[in-house]
Design a protein around this ligand. Structure first.
Ligand code: GTP
Ligand code: MG
Length: 236
């Protein structure tokens, strides 16, 4: 029987991207795959657009989230949903095409001999060369900082393009995840590494979004740095 795969996409104001993203994911024709949009009441009607596609693609689920909002809170809820609905695998990815949906089959394939697969910019064959130099440097700094403080056994700890086996999802206990913002990627990876999950990186080409706007700002960035420090000191 096919594995049940849930592609979890947190969204806030992705009206320009969401339809094409859903179309591209389903055009991969991966058996057993569904898409979960975890939307935080986007005023641009991202959730309505996703829902309007359910007649064409019955495998779409839309979570219309209530507060607390945030990238992390949405990811946590999506993971819980995947576990409750008995999915075997969860793919997490951004809606802005920085994560190319065409990489999904390769990431899934790598899960055969691991528990968590990371779409990585920083292993051989991966890249992050298209974005402005300043953004690349910011990512590199945050990545070095997180890897060093949390002793993460990967080269791209910031990547939000990942595949989780059910075993790994259970091991990180999504119900007790605390990060509400982007630091969720560090918290989940830290827990997976602490639980001795087998983590593998697969190269991806990360590109800048072409449509919509970035939700990352200085406040979130600094909050993320402090959050990682807290995680390193407290160990949870
Ligand atoms: N549900 C939810 N999703 C969010 C929130 N903030 C960002 N997202 C989604 O998380 C993904 C990543 O957000 P981006 O704004 O692209 O931020 P980023 O990728 O960290 O930064 P950039 O490289 O500047 O694009 C996208 O799918 C966003 O729509 C939020 O508060 N709630
Ligand atoms: Mg982005």
């Amino acid at each position: 029987m096919n594995a049940k795969i849930m592609v979890c996409v947190p969204t806030y104001c992705e009206a320009e991207n969401i339809s094409r993203l859903i179309e591209e994911i389903f055009s991969l024709k991966i058996p057993g795959l569904e898409v979960l949009i975890a939307d935080d009441a986007s005023p641009d009607k991202t959730a309505d657009i996703a829902e309007s596609l359910t007649t064409r693609y019955p495998g779409i689920r839309v979570l219309r989230r209530t507060p607390p909002y945030g990238r992390g809170a949405a990811g946590r809820e999506a993971f819980l949903h995947a576990l409750q609905e008995n999915f075997d695998i969860a793919v997490e990815m951004d809606a802005d095409f920085s994560h190319d949906p065409r990489a999904i089959p390769f990431l899934l394939d790598a899960l055969k001999d691991s528990d968590v697969v990371i779409g990585s910019r920083f292993i051989e064959g991966g890249s992050d060369s298209e974005r402005p130099k300043g953004r690349q440097v910011l990512t590199q700094c945050a990545n070095l900082y997180a890897r060093a403080l949390l002793r993460l056994p990967v080269l791209d700890a910031n990547s939000g393009y990942r595949v989780w086996s059910r075993r790994a999802l259970q091991a990180i206990h999504p119900e007790t995840l605390r990060a509400r913002g982007p630091a969720i990627v560090h918290e989940t990876l830290f827990r997976a590494a602490s639980a001795k999950m087998r983590i593998r990186e697969i190269p991806i080409h990360f590109v800048d979004r072409k449509e919509g706007y970035s939700k990352l700002n200085w406040a979130k960035l600094i909050h993320g740095y402090l959050w990682i420090l807290r995680l390193a000191v407290l160990g949870k």
